[in-house]
Design a protein around this ligand. Structure first.
Ligand code: SAM
Length: 250
């Protein structure tokens, strides 16, 4: 069950205001440059901004997203009718189609908490890649301990939501361990109504992620540490993975 942050329409409509498209979108879009049209699968496609951008470049795009609120925003957005939206989870979908590029962006990977779920997701994604197709996703570099900033004093912001007004949003860290971080995203609406949406994310370093990838049959991983394709270093903000499915030999 996706977090209420993504499930509830009144919270999902705020997502793009807090998370405007950035250099991560340019990175993912560039993976499909010059090869039009590709069959692209966006897993955890959220409000659909990136999926629609792929489609606008001529690619054939499917977006898999389990949360009603996020899918509602995606379907209603300008260009929303250019993507095939599917209500499913990353380890639940089954298609006959195979894809040239599968992306999983906005730290969707960190919503898979248990080892068994992570393994099942990576296997499902590999099974849906065409021979020579690529999978790309990212997870936060745990060495930077970004969640220490997820406290009201450092995270509070006010967004202007069309038709709603000024909404105050902040994070409240609840607990962290080597493997997990639990936190709240808190909202105060103009009428004073408050909503607290709990989330838990998985934390993983490069070594552990490389083991999961290898177990799922992915080898020869390209690693990047940031959206400018800089190499992964200890102090990089992201662990970005691009990996190709080897062509099967007959
Ligand atoms: C932080 S948002 C990222 C959305 C989008 N990819 C982006 O870059 O803006 C995380 C998304 O993952 C979705 N999600 C949660 N659990 C999932 C699962 N098991 N399988 C696929 N998507 C999931 C959420 O509903 C949410 O839309």
């Amino acid at each position: 069950m996706p977090d209420s942050l993504f499930e509830l329409p009144e919270l999902a409509t705020l997502y793009d205001l807090v998370n405007p498209p950035g250099s991560d979108h340019q990175f993912y879009l560039s993976l499909a440059d010059g090869e039009t049209p590709l069959r692209v699968l966006d897993v955890g496609s959220g409000t659909g901004m990136l999926a629609v951008s792929f489609a606008a470049r001529g690619h054939d795009v499917t977006g898999v997203e389990p949360a009603t609120g996020m899918r509602g925003v995606a379907v209603a957005r300008s260009g929303g009718d250019t993507v095939n939206w599917v209500e499913e989870t990353a380890n639940g979908f089954r298609f006959d189609e195979r894809f040239d590029l599968i992306v999983m962006t906005g730290h969707v990977f960190q919503t898979f908490l248990e080892d068994s779920e992570i393994a099942a997701v990576l296997t499902n994604l590999r099974d849906h890649l065409a021979d020579g197709g690529r999978l790309a996703f990212e997870t936060r570099n745990p060495a930077l301990r970004e969640w220490e900033q997820w406290v009201p004093e450092r995270s509070r912001e006010v967004v202007e939501a069309p038709g709603v007004g000024s909404v105050e949003i902040w994070n409240q860290l609840i607990a962290s361990s080597q493997r997990f971080v639990a936190f709240m995203t808190c909202f105060r609406f103009p009428d004073g109504a408050r909503r607290d949406a709990p989330s838990t994310l998985r934390l993983m370093d490069q070594l552990e992620l490389a083991e999961f990838l290898s177990e799922a049959g992915f080898i020869d991983v390209e690693w990047y540490g940031n959206w400018d394709r800089s190499p992964l270093r200890d102090d990089s903000p992201e662990l970005i993975v691009v990996v190709r499915k080897a062509a099967s030999r007959i």
